[in-house]
Write a protein that binds this ligand. Structure first.
Ligand code: GLC
Length: 538
């Protein structure tokens, strides 16, 4: 099986992982310090969010030099060193490249906007206004808040608009231009030659645009059975253009000219699952990062079953699925699942373990977002401390900062992340929720993740087996994974004890309750229990 199918990925937001030089911001050497932690946990591959040269308007997703490390994170030698050390420890590194747009401070854009006839004048998407002076299309920036803001910004010098699907400081590259494509492939080559194990391609569904079309509201494609409430959505002319799909095939061929590199696409739009398939059928990306799953997660076994079974059926043998319960653009899973509830730490531990068990036993590649393995929660960010550009326009709704706060390594003042005040506040729960304390507690969320990863590696059915859902009870999500033998995963999403069928008999290899691996007459699952059984029979 390919490494990116069976491996466990861990996503690092480098600003918040570990600060090695006491400036309050995490860095590459900080990640290097923690490589033993990944070995201990059983992580196979890291996905590191952008650490390239950037004015940091969108904290690295606005790049001003694709091939240079931003000094805040270190330098290229630090990266080489990190890569070499990670490889020695059998950890792969996937980097996050942002080829849909650059920073407005990128020398390419500075040149492009200098006149209408410079050599790079066509490297970005420039358009004349409509006769009435309005922007060329009605597209709105994906970073808009309540107020919809145009995706076009007027440039007084060229007397033209330029396009930015995200912030105005993130102008979109013109992929139609052969020289732009050449520059992007040069950058990919630079990193692949250095030995990176793959790319996460940011905003990869948007590379090409149809500038002739406006955005329209259209019917929602029913993504999954329970999700029919939204009756319309945006049909945008900038997602999944045929030219983009053809380009992805070229990118894939290029990556296949190296050995064993993974291509992971960030694919997103209201089109949901259909879109993932389009981008991951053979010859395109290896994996589409599953934002749809992430966004539709709920604390409801039937909903989860619908979500996963639709996806698994859909992907079948056409493409390989991935699963994720948190990332740097969304709220943390534990906060979402306990929103507005007054619950204690024991309850939270159970909830974290339920979602962790699901994530690591479904048929597909799992991505763990940093801090989920200890049960980190969203951190309240007062208005004057908001950093996220999108968060600023979303206010008073929380933006993306709450799930980007520093990793909690211990209970000290700055949580072992840094010696100085970090760039974002640390969660007050650091005294209980931290790596050091959880390493010492065998019942912690952290130890549970470690065991789960271990079981996933030990039992082939959990990696490559088929997946079949079992009808036990509306509150129970249960599925059998099967290859040479069968493993059953049973997740109780209720506070009730439920009696289970004796046919499921076998050895309990993991539970969040202390229990022997054999059971007596009455076989039951306890409140919010996560259980994995190695079945006696298939
Ligand atoms: C992706 C990233 C997000 C970023 C955006 C613009 O969606 O995940 O963090 O802001 O692209 O690059």
């Amino acid at each position: 099986m390919e490494w990116w199918k069976e491996g466990v990925f861990y996503q690092i937001y480098p600003r918040s992982f570990k600060d090695s030089n006491s400036d309050g911001v995490g860095d590459l050497n900080g990640i290097k310090e923690k490589l033993d932690y990944f070995n201990w946990l059983g992580i196979d591959a890291l996905w590191i969010c952008p650490f390239f040269k950037s004015p940091m308007v969108d904290f690295g997703y606005d790049i001003s030099d694709y091939d240079a490390v931003d000094p805040i994170f270190g330098d290229i030698e630090d990266f080489k060193d990190l890569l070499e050390n990670a490889h020695k420890k059998h950890i792969r590194i996937v980097i996050d490249q942002v080829y849909n747009h650059t920073s407005d401070q990128h020398p390419w854009f500075i040149e492009s906007k200098s006149s209408r006839n410079n050599p790079k004048s066509d490297w970005y998407i420039w358009k004349d206004p409509k006769p009435d002076g309005n922007p060329p299309t009605n597209w709105i920036s994906l970073f808009s808040g309540e107020k919809e803001e145009s995706a076009w910004t007027w440039d007084e010098n060229r007397k033209q608009y330029y396009l930015h699907l995200f912030a105005k400081e993130q102008p979109d590259l013109n992929w139609q231009n052969e020289n732009v494509r050449k520059a992007v492939y040069d950058s990919m080559r630079f990193w692949l030659d250095l030995g990176v194990d793959g790319f996460r391609f940011d905003a990869a569904s948007h590379f090409y645009k149809n500038l002739e079309r406006d955005l329209i509201k259209g019917p929602q494609i029913k993504k999954s059975l329970f999700e029919s409430s939204r009756d319309n959505c945006y049909w945008d002319p900038f997602t999944a253009r045929p030219e983009t799909l053809i380009e992805i095939e070229k990118i894939r061929k290029f990556m296949d000219s190296y050995q064993d590199r993974a291509s992971i696409g960030e694919i997103s739009s209201d089109m949901g699952l259909y879109l993932y398939l389009m981008f991951t059928i053979p010859g395109r990306f290896n994996i589409a990062f599953n934002i749809d799953f992430l966004e539709n997660l709920s604390f409801n076994a039937s909903n989860l079953r619908n979500l996963v079974s639709t996806l698994d059926y859909f992907f079948g043998s056409r493409a390989w699925p991935s699963y994720v319960t948190g990332n740097h653009d969304n709220r943390r899973i534990l906060s979402r699942m306990t929103d507005g509830m007054n619950v204690d730490i024991e309850y939270k531990k159970k909830i974290s373990k339920l979602f962790a068990t699901m994530l690591l036993t479904l048929r597909g590649t799992p991505f763990i977002y940093y801090g989920e393995e200890i049960g980190m929660e969203d951190t309240y960010i007062p208005r004057d401390k908001i950093m996220d550009p999108w968060g600023k326009s979303l206010w008073p709704k929380p933006g993306r900062d709450p799930s980007r706060t520093p990793m909690q390594w211990d209970s000290s003042k700055y949580a072992g992340f840094s010696n100085v005040e970090p760039w974002l506040p640390i969660n007050e729960n650091k005294s209980e929720i931290n790596v050091k304390a959880e390493m010492e507690d065998p019942n912690s969320i952290l130890h549970f993740y470690k065991k789960l990863i271990h079981e996933r590696k030990t039992h082939e059915p959990l990696k490559s087996g088929t997946m079949q859902f079992l009808n036990i009870d509306d509150d129970i999500l249960a599925y059998k994974r099967e290859s040479d033998y069968a493993i059953t995963v049973i997740l109780n999403f209720s506070d009730k004890i439920k009696v289970l069928d004796k046919n499921l008999k076998g050895q309990i290899i993991l539970s969040n309750y202390a229990r022997s691996d054999k059971y007596g007459e009455q076989f039951e699952i306890r409140p919010f229990e996560s259980m994995i059984i190695k079945n006696d029979h298939r």
